[in-house]
Design a protein around this ligand. Structure first.
Ligand SMILES: Nc1ncnc2c1ncn2[C@@H]1O[C@H](COP(=O)(O)OP(=O)(O)OP(=O)(O)O)[C@@H](O)[C@H]1O
Length: 266
C-alpha cells in the first residue's frame, strides 16, 4: 500500500516564558530564560493513501500541533516526516487574513497555491457557492462569525483539490446543514481515494467517518490502530477522565509526563 504520511519520532518543543520580558531577554541572551515544554514527543504513525484517520485526545494533548506540523504551518523541532502529495488544512479561521474580504482571501490562497488568474476566476464561483457566503463575500473576514470563517476555509480547501485534507475541529462550529454538506463532500473525497485527517471531540463523528485513530495524550501517542481497536478504549478512558476530580487528573498527568521523561527524546 502506498503511503501518504510517514511520521517518525516527531518532537515539538515550545519555550514557556513568564511574561514578554523573559521572552525578550531570552532572545538577547540565548537560552537564558524560559522553560522547555514538549507539545509533542516521539510521535509516530503512518497513513496509507486513502486512509481516513481521526486524531483524538483531551484538550492540550497535541492534536492541533500535529495537524499544523503535517500541514507545514508549524515547524517541528526534530523527527522525520514524509508527505506524499499536497496538504490542505481546514481549521477554524486557519490562514484567513482578517483585514481582507472573503473574496480577497480566496484569491490570495489560490495564488499562494500556484493557480493563475484565469484558474482563480474559474474556481471562485464554486468556492463562494459552497461557502454560502454570497451576501458577505465582499466584507472583511474580521466581521465573520467563527461558523462563517470555517465555511469559507472549508470551501476553499476542498476546491483546491488537495491529496491530503486535514479538518481540525472546523465542523464543530456553524450549522448542522453545512456540516452535513461538508460530510458529503468528504465522502466524495474518500471515494476519490484521498487521504483525510479528522480532528474532533465528537466520538459520534469519529465513528461515522474514520477508519483509523491516533490517540494522543500529553503529546505522546497513547494508541494507534483501527477505529474498532482504539475508540472503545478511548471512550472508556474519557468516561473515567470526566469523573476524575482535579487533583487526580494532576496525578494522572504527572505519571504520563514522568513516563515521557524516562523515554529518551532524540
Ligand atoms: N505557540 C505555543 N507556545 C507554547 N505552547 C503551545 C503553543 N501552541 C500550543 N502549545 C501547547 O501545546 C500543547 C498542545 O496543544 P494543542 O493545541 O496541539 O492541543 P490540542 O489537543 O489540539 O488541544 P484542544 O483539543 O484543546 O484544541 C498545549 O499544552 C498547548 O498549550
Amino acid at each position: 500500500m502506498e503511503k501518504a504520511i510517514i511520521a517518525k519520532d516527531i518532537v515539538k518543543k515550545y519555550k514557556l516564558y513568564n511574561g514578554p520580558k523573559e521572552r525578550l531577554l531570552d532572545l538577547i541572551i540565548p537560552r537564558s530564560y524560559g522553560e522547555d515544554f514538549y507539545a509533542l514527543s516521539g510521535v509516530e504513525f503512518e497513513a496509507d493513501k486513502g486512509d481516513i484517520i481521526g486524531f483524538v485526545g483531551v484538550n492540550g494533548s497535541g492534536k492541533s500541533t500535529l495537524s499544523n506540523i503535517i500541514a507545514g504551518i508549524v515547524p517541528m523541532t526534530s523527527g522525520e516526516l514524509i508527505i506524499n502529495g499536497q496538504v490542505a488544512l481546514i481549521a477554524i479561521s486557519s490562514g484567513l487574513k482578517e483585514d481582507l474580504t472573503g473574496r480577497d482571501n480566496i484569491e490570495l490562497k489560490l495564488l499562494m497555491l500556484g493557480f493563475n488568474k484565469h484558474e482563480i476566476k474559474e474556481r471562485e464561483p464554486d468556492i463562494i457557492e459552497f461557502s454560502e457566503l454570497e451576501k458577505f463575500i465582499d466584507q472583511p473576514v474580521k466581521s465573520y462569525s467563527s461558523g462563517m470563517k470555517s465555511r469559507l476555509g472549508f470551501a476553499i480547501s476542498v476546491n483546491v483539490d488537495p491529496d491530503i485534507l486535514i479538518i481540525d475541529e472546523a465542523l464543530s462550529v456553524g450549522d448542522k446543514a453545512f456540516a452535513e454538506k461538508s460530510f458529503n463532500k468528504m465522502r466524495e473525497f474518500k471515494e476519490m481515494g484521498k487521504t483525510m485527517i479528522f480532528v474532533s471531540h465528537s466520538i459520534k463523528q469519529m465513528k461515522k467517518f474514520c477508519e483509523k485513530i491516533v490517540w494522543l495524550e500529553y503529546g505522546m501517542v497513547k494508541d494507534f490502530g483501527t477505529v474498532d481497536e482504539v475508540l472503545p478504549k478511548y471512550e472508556a478512558f474519557l468516561k473515567e477522565w470526566k469523573k476524575m476530580p482535579k487533583p487526580e487528573r494532576k496525578v494522572y498527568r504527572q505519571k504520563a509526563l514522568d513516563h515521557r521523561k524516562n523515554t529518551p527524546i532524540v
